[in-house]
Design a binder for this molecule. Structure first.
Ligand SMILES: Cc1cc2nc3c(=O)[nH]c(=O)nc-3n(C[C@H](O)[C@H](O)[C@H](O)COP(=O)(O)OP(=O)(O)OC[C@H]3O[C@@H](n4cnc5c(N)ncnc54)[C@H](O)[C@@H]3O)c2cc1C
Length: 344
């Protein structure tokens, strides 16, 4: 039996491949939901991406997986002009953008990938609210403990950010100092980001012929995109807030967002039907409440992760991927790679 820690894209895809190969496994997931950093919230009938959103045809492993799962990519609405605020409360300018490679979203939401994978896995093989805290490497097996239960596996795959392992897992015998240092200094992509989505009854920005994208140096919203669904039948704007708002409370953030929406879009901007945010730094099984100054993608795909760390213990999440580490593409790549090894 193979143990997989984490039911994000990497862990679920690995489980899906092992199931296809007839190999026994269990996935232990700390949260009460699957998907990890993929989290589509359906509000006002609109899929709102509070986590991963965009990809491109160059993300070939992901693109192939979508095809296999029968999921349809559609192009993000973008124009060659965007709205720009140079600093806090600055007047909005319209700025031309050099033509760019289009990016794509999954129709119905990125969580469709997660649901399609999970649907093919026996429900008894995905255990929720099982936060692994202790691993013991015994002679013939890996003993794994959560707050609730103990498990024994022949092999174990850590399919969660390496930094979380370094911070939260008690392992005996301990890992080498070299590995520990790399893990502590492996950036978990987007762990500091604040995702914001607001829904509207009508797409006033489309009706007024406004650019659908906003960039602002001052914030609180620093990037905002048209987030209406594929059929343009339900309407939303979605993007990122400045990470400095990690240090403010929800009410202060919302007040600042409303002020900015008023400045940028006028009255229509503040007549939203729903307001949703996810502060990833506050998510226990992703974020780091005490940032330690890593740069994005630092040590992603480090060579130390490419071999079994110790015989029977493997690392396989997007941050360990040598190909597009940090992205969904990286998660798919590592899962496919490791599935080929573990299937045999
Ligand atoms: C706001 C945001 C925006 C993003 N935008 C994009 C984008 O546009 N395009 C893109 O390609 N990528 C994007 N990403 C990155 C993308 O989400 C990740 O690459 C991908 O989802 C990683 O999957 P994973 O399975 O490797 O890791 P994760 O999704 O982090 O999954 C790890 C899982 O392990 C679980 N876990 C952690 N600790 C334990 C424990 N002790 N015991 C048991 N379970 C545990 C977690 O709960 C989680 O479910 C974004 C991420 C965020 C947060």
């Amino acid at each position: 039996m193979i143990g997989i820690v984490g039911a994000g894209l990497s862990g679920l895809l690995l489980g899906y491949r092992l199931q296809q190969a007839g190999k026994a496994f269990k996935i232990l997931e700390a949260r009460n939901r699957i998907g990890g950093r993929i989290h589509t919230l359906i509000a006002d009938e609109t899929p709102l991406e509070m986590g991963a959103t965009w990809f491109a045809p160059k993300h070939e492993f992901l693109w192939r997986l979508l095809k296999e799962l029968g999921l349809a990519p559609y192009q993000q609405r973008m124009q060659n002009t965007f709205l720009y605020q140079q600093k806090l409360h600055a007047a909005v300018q319209k700025v031309a953008l050099p033509s760019q490679e289009p990016s794509y979203r999954v129709a119905g939401g990125t969580s469709q990938i997660i649901q399609a994978l999970a649907k093919s896995i026996n429900t008894a093989d995905i255990l929720l609210e099982q936060a692994v805290n202790t691993i013991e490497i015994a002679e013939h097996e890996m003993k794994v403990a959560t707050d609730k239960e103990e498990f024994e596996f022949e092999k174990l795959v850590w399919a969660a950010p390496p930094k979380l392992f370094a911070e939260q897992i008690l392992i005996t015998p301990d890992l080498s100092q070299d590995l520990r240092e790399v893990m502590q200094q492996t950036h978990t992509w987007m762990e500091d980001s604040i995702k914001l989505a607001v829904t509207y009854q009508t797409p006033f920005w489309q009706e007024k012929g406004l650019p659908t994208t906003l960039f602002s140096n001052g914030g609180p919203i620093i990037e905002f995109y048209d987030h209406s669904d594929r059929d343009n039948a339900h309407f939303a704007l979605c993007g990122f807030m400045h990470p400095q708002f990690n240090h403010t409370n929800a009410a202060t953030r919302k007040e600042a967002v409303i002020q900015q929406l008023q400045e940028v879009f006028g009255e229509e901007g503040v007549r939203f039907t729903g307001y949703h945010e996810t502060v990833w730094q506050q998510e226990d099984f992703t974020g780091n409440k005490k940032p330690i100054g890593l740069v994005p993608h630092q040590n992603n795909g480090h060579p130390i992760y490419q071999e079994p760390v110790i015989e029977k213990l493997y690392f396989a999440n997007t941050e360990t991927s040598p190909h597009y580490g940090g992205y969904m593409e990286g998660a798919v790549y590592v899962a496919e790679y490791l599935a080929d090894i573990l299937k045999n």
